[in-house]
Design a protein around this ligand. Structure first.
Ligand SMILES: Cc1cc2nc3c(=O)[nH]c(=O)nc-3n(C[C@H](O)[C@H](O)[C@H](O)COP(=O)(O)OP(=O)(O)OC[C@H]3O[C@@H](n4cnc5c(N)ncnc54)[C@H](O)[C@@H]3O)c2cc1C
Ligand SMILES: C[S@@+](CC[C@H](N)C(=O)[O-])C[C@H]1O[C@@H](n2cnc3c(N)ncnc32)[C@H](O)[C@@H]1O
Length: 590
């Protein structure tokens, strides 16, 4: 597990271009033959029956070793788009070097066939960092997960949960680049295959064929493309995978519950959400507006890695939703103290112009003389709108005014009990009911937080952080957040605290003090002792999960952690690296 600084540093290919095709100087090998798209069709798409599977599978998972320029990915998407029946394609790949947008654009000039896909591809395929990146292509019903890093690091960092329907092995000539075909890689592919998983590759190298056969693949040698005599295809013959939809109960309709429901329903499962109140998102996720907090230190503590991964994940995820509840403005951090100044310096040293801006010549933040860092991604959101759009799926039913009390584990199902002594049974249960989780975990505690809205300035164009945050005006008011109170008796608004929050922002923006009209909201955060959220199996039970303790970053953490929990049930690839996932496991139970 590398640190966040390293994760933001990318390696690039050393390329030479011949006949408008790239040649790798690092590997001393070609990426593609001249008729690359026909070769991809011959070597990967046809043998894996992608056309047929696109039309019959509701949920197709393809794995690839060697993402390169994404040509296999886009050819597969094209087949999927033309043939699929409203299912979800999850494409998983790994590569230590990803071609830049300019390099990919240069290659695409040769292939008019892909023109229709280009705009969507480039819009959604950013930003990139090392480790796991998840990109969403909602127009195509496709999700792309790329592990950026050496294939051997990928194997140790990735979870062992997912099983692919088809594998493309595309890691340069095995004689020149042995590592991509080494035993750990073949073991990894075996572990992520089930009965009927198919496999194909451009090579017919004997040691690859033998390696796959030894691991339970029935391998065939077929005619190769053009100048290549042979290539190999295969089918795994062990372990079957259950693909039946599961019936899942989720407690709580905040960002944790709604994100989990979204990812489960997209994978074809049937989800019932139970909410104690008469409206969804009545807890902390019901705040009028919320900001994304990208603040992470550039070290390898799990919390900083999670903050950084979840921020970029959340930004791509919210953008992919068909909902006008996410405002992509970027986020400013004023360098108002020494600690922030030194952090800003470190971010500058990364030299990632695509991620950060340090001078604000165009007045992007809306503030004159802004000093600090602007994250080019992220922004703020309308939590209820986002949550509503997440659960807008025919596979999700919401049950309001249901107070969940407890559950009982049977031999094959879980029985839930509610306050009105109603009960019902499910295959899986996800406990995601915010403050209610303190009845299940002794690691959690509660903290009261307050927001206040008043008119400070119309010129604020993005969330600006400096000892709390202030958001762009909505209906003429700027929401200011947030106070912290670990000792509290009720959720009554503490007016003195609110006045201090307003006074701080008035000083910052040189607003003349006046008697204000203001609005406010107090709610409860659920916080864990180590400040890390909780996500994973409850008491190591395979069918019960907990997701909570999202503290003051719920809108950063919720989407990636909902996806992580859903991926365990879906047997699909988790967006979290193994070590991070490990550090989030619920531990001390009540
Ligand atoms: C003042 C304040 C400002 C904040 N600002 C930000 C911000 O700008 N950005 C950010 O990312 N985060 C922010 N947060 C944090 C964020 O709001 C939370 O982390 C997040 O909303 C928690 O989501 P959740 O789904 O875990 O819990 P909740 O949103 O609390 O959802 C839990 C749901 O479960 C329901 N429930 C509870 N018990 C039961 C039961 N027994 N049966 C059935 N249902 C039940 C509740 O009614 C609720 O709807 C802020 C928090 C506060 C308090
Ligand atoms: C033939 S190219 C893949 C082409 C790609 N499938 C496409 O459609 O554009 C092989 C890829 O393997 C990657 N690769 C080589 N050695 C690697 C390693 N040790 N770890 C991860 N990726 C590696 C290279 O960076 C290169 O992009």
């Amino acid at each position: 597990m590398s640190d966040a600084f390293k994760k933001l540093t990318l390696e690039s290919h050393q390329l030479k271009w011949k006949n408008e095709l790239p040649f790798s100087l690092d590997a001393n090998d070609i990426f593609f033959q001249d008729e690359a798209l026909n070769e991809i069709e011959h070597v990967f798409i046809k043998p894996n029956k992608i056309k047929h599977r696109s039309s019959v599978e509701k949920n197709l998972i393809i794995g690839e070793i060697g993402f390169g320029f994404g040509l296999n990915f886009l050819s597969t998407c094209q087949t999927w788009i033309q043939n699929s029946n409203e299912g979800l394609l999850t494409y998983f790949s790994v590569d230590h070097k990803i071609a830049s947008h300019d390099e990919i654009k240069k290659l695409f000039k040769k292939f008019n066939e892909l023109t229709d896909l280009e705009i969507t591809f480039f819009d959604c395929f950013e930003p990139i960092h090392q480790g796991i990146n998840k990109f969403f292509f909602p127009q195509w019903n496709v999700e792309l997960i790329i592990y950026v890093g050496d294939v051997l690091d990928a194997i140790s960092d990735l979870d062992n949960n997912f099983k692919a329907d088809a594998w493309y092995l595309d890691g340069f000539d095995p004689k020149l680049n042995n590592v991509m075909w080494s035993d750990p890689v073949l073991d990894f592919i075996q572990m992520h295959s089930y009965k009927n998983t198919t496999i194909s590759t451009f090579t017919a190298a004997g040691f690859v064929r033998r390696g796959l056969t030894q691991r339970g693949f029935e391998v065939e040698r077929k005619k190769g493309f053009k100048f290549k005599r042979h290539h190999i295809t295969g089918r795994y013959s062990k372990l079957s995978k259950e693909k039946n939809p599961k019936k899942i109960a989720i407690i709580g309709s905040g960002i944790a519950g709604c994100s989990t429901a979204y990812h489960l329903a997209k994978n074809g499962h049937i989800v019932d959400i139970f909410e104690i109140e008469s409206e969804i998102s009545s807890g902390a996720s019901g705040n009028p507006l919320a900001a994304l907090y990208p603040r992470f230190n550039l070290n390898n503590e799990p919390i900083n890695l999670l903050n950084f991964l979840s921020f970029y994940y959340a930004d791509r995820f919210y953008k992919s939703l068909d909902c006008d509840g996410y405002f992509v403005t970027g986020i400013g951090f004023k360098a108002s103290d020494e600690r922030t100044e030194s952090w800003v310096k470190k971010l500058k040293a990364l030299n990632r112009k695509d991620l950060f801006s340090f001078s604000d010549n165009q007045n992007k933040s809306g503030l004159k003389d802004f000093k600090g860092v602007i994250f080019n991604h992220g922004g703020y959101l309308d939590p209820k709108k986002i949550n509503q759009s997440l659960i807008c799926n025919e596979n999700i039913k919401i049950h309001l005014c249901h107070e969940f009390k407890n559950f009982e584990i049977g031999s094959s199902d879980i029985t839930l009990r509610f306050d009105d002594s109603n009960q019902c049974t499910y295959d899986y249960l996800v406990l995601a009911h915010g403050s209610g989780l303190i009845n299940f975990s002794s690691d959690l505690s509660l903290s009261k937080g307050q927001l206040v809205a008043t008119k400070i300035s119309d010129s604020i164009k993005m969330p600006i952080n400096s000892s709390g945050y202030i958001l762009p005006a909505k209906d003429g008011l700027n929401w200011i957040g947030a106070s912290y109170d670990n000792q509290f008796e009720n959720l009554d608004v503490d007016k003195d605290k609110l006045k201090k929050m307003i006074a701080f922002q008035e000083d910052q923006y040189e607003v003349k003090k006046k008697l204000h009209q203001y609005k406010s909201r107090a709610q409860i955060r659920t916080v864990s002792k180590d400040k890390l959220p909780i996500a994973g199996k409850y008491k190591q039970n395979e069918k019960i999960f907990m997701l909570g303790g999202l503290g003051s970053r719920g809108f950063c953490y919720g989407p990636i952690l909902g996806d992580h929990v859903a991926s365990i049930i879906n047997e699909s690839a988790s967006p979290l690296e193994k070590n991070i996932a490990q550090s989030l496991l619920p531990k001390n139970f009540k």
